[in-house]
Write a protein that binds this ligand. Structure first.
Ligand code: HEC
Length: 129
């Protein structure tokens, strides 16, 4: 019995080690994240194609940085960032945008609280479903 149990569990533990970003995203609370998103709303919407000072964040997870269609104000740094946004790199960016990507022009100090970041990321994931 014990062996079977271990056989079932090991791959799950392995996956959590290999994909910490998945485990990370699952920890977030999208309802609380909607509240956190108020801090972003001055500059961002989650409606497709509706840009403010910042680009629309509709479908941002899974999108290449600096490519929201119709948004013309990206910095060179963001256009050249070259990453695909996921829970992991959003977590790093949102903690301290200026440090994560020098030269980007998002005028935001960052979310210092990891729970706020988890929650807002899961909100962003959920609004497109
Ligand atoms: C005062 C305005 C402002 C606030 C507040 C703000 N942003 Fe931004 N954001 C911007 C601007 C401007 C850019 C474009 C930066 C660039 O091109 O260098 C941006 C870019 C981004 C990007 C990259 C988008 C892409 O298409 O690659 C993400 C993700 C993002 N912001 C998330 C957030 C989140 C989440 C919050 C709230 C926690 C937030 N921002 C708060 C102005 C803001």
């Amino acid at each position: 019995m014990i062996t079977i149990n271990l056989l079932i569990r090991l791959p799950i533990i392995g996956c959590m080690l290999i994909f910490p970003s998945l485990a990370f995203a699952q920890d977030g609370d999208p309802v609380a994240g909607k509240n956190v998103f108020r801090k972003c709303q001055a500059c961002h919407t989650v409606q497709q194609g509706q840009h403010r000072q910042g680009p629309s964040l509709y479908g941002v997870i899974g999108r290449r940085a600096g490519t929201a269609e119709g948004y013309k104000r990206y910095s060179e740094a963001m256009k050249n960032y070259g990453i695909i946004w996921d829970a992991n790199n959003l977590n790093i960016y949102l903690e301290n945008p200026k440090k994560a990507l020098p030269g980007n022009k998002m005028p935001f100090v960052g979310l210092k609280n990891i729970k706020d970041r988890q929650d807002v990321i899961s909100y962003l994931q959920q609004v497109v479903k």
